[in-house]
Design a protein around this ligand. Sequence first.
Ligand SMILES: NC(=O)c1ccc[n+]([C@@H]2O[C@H](COP(=O)([O-])OP(=O)(O)OC[C@H]3O[C@@H](n4cnc5c(N)ncnc54)[C@H](OP(=O)(O)O)[C@@H]3O)[C@@H](O)[C@H]2O)c1
Length: 260
Amino acid sequence: MIRDSILSIIFIIEGGAECLIGEFMNSNSMTILITGSAKGLGFNLTKFFLEKGHTVLSLIKSGNKNLSDLQQKYKNQHFIFICDVGNEQTIIDAYEIIREKITSIDILINNAAVHLESHRPDLPEIDFSVYIPTFTVNALGPLMVVTSFLPLVRAGTGKLIVNISSEAGSIGNSTRKSEFSYCMSKAALNMASKILQNRVAKEGIKVLAIHPGWFSSDMGGPLAPISPRAAAGNVGSIILKKWSLKDPVYIDADGRKIAW
Ligand SMILES: NC(=O)c1ccc[n+]([C@@H]2O[C@H](COP(=O)([O-])OP(=O)(O)OC[C@H]3O[C@@H](n4cnc5c(N)ncnc54)[C@H](OP(=O)(O)O)[C@@H]3O)[C@@H](O)[C@H]2O)c1
């Protein structure tokens, strides 16, 4: 997106305190919103897009030093907002602050997610109390974020919504015998992505549900074959491709279609 506007954005630090971090002139960059960007893939995607000169709005549940350091390095490009994607009111609150400061978002990336059964409990050991929170964050969260931020996406020129999904959400390819909650939540996210694509196609907005590959992170564990930085390089490059409404919705990090 080519945009000349003076932006004045509130940086909300952990704990809710607010400070104005200034006004700046932004010309040749896209504006990209990323949820859950304090660590893992979200953090590395943020870095990837900042290094390419884009403006990133990070929506995070809680901050950390790495993210603060990144924000300090890219003061005029990187803006952080507290938002729990499992809590609709905090999404609305973040939207209300952001829409006062910017007129459009080019790419909206729903990255935040939880995996509360990573120890893979077998059927008798399942703790169903983690199921609703998993669904709320992984499946409803992205839809609630899109619902609030759609006016800004409509106003952008990028017109791209990306839901970070997982191969775990593929029913066609499923071989797992546990992890019901995570897999079910990502399958539901895939369905939300498809319905959303049906809904917003007439407005020229493309929706992708991307499996980022298996990478090391708190969620992916230490044994994964690639780093979150490498995964962000793959996913970020795919996101920046020119997408057509005719392209598939559910894809891997090489852009190949995945079976629903
Ligand atoms: N790692 C893999 O191998 C892999 C494979 C396939 C798909 N994925 C997908 O890739 C995405 C990123 O995964 P990751 O491995 O980077 O995970 P991660 O290291 O666990 O990071 C997840 C991020 O989401 C944030 N988050 C969680 N709940 C949130 C909420 N309610 N509101 C706002 N932010 C929230 C976390 O913030 P806090 O730390 O503050 O909670 C954290 O920053 C996820 O969608 C995941 O499902 C990962």
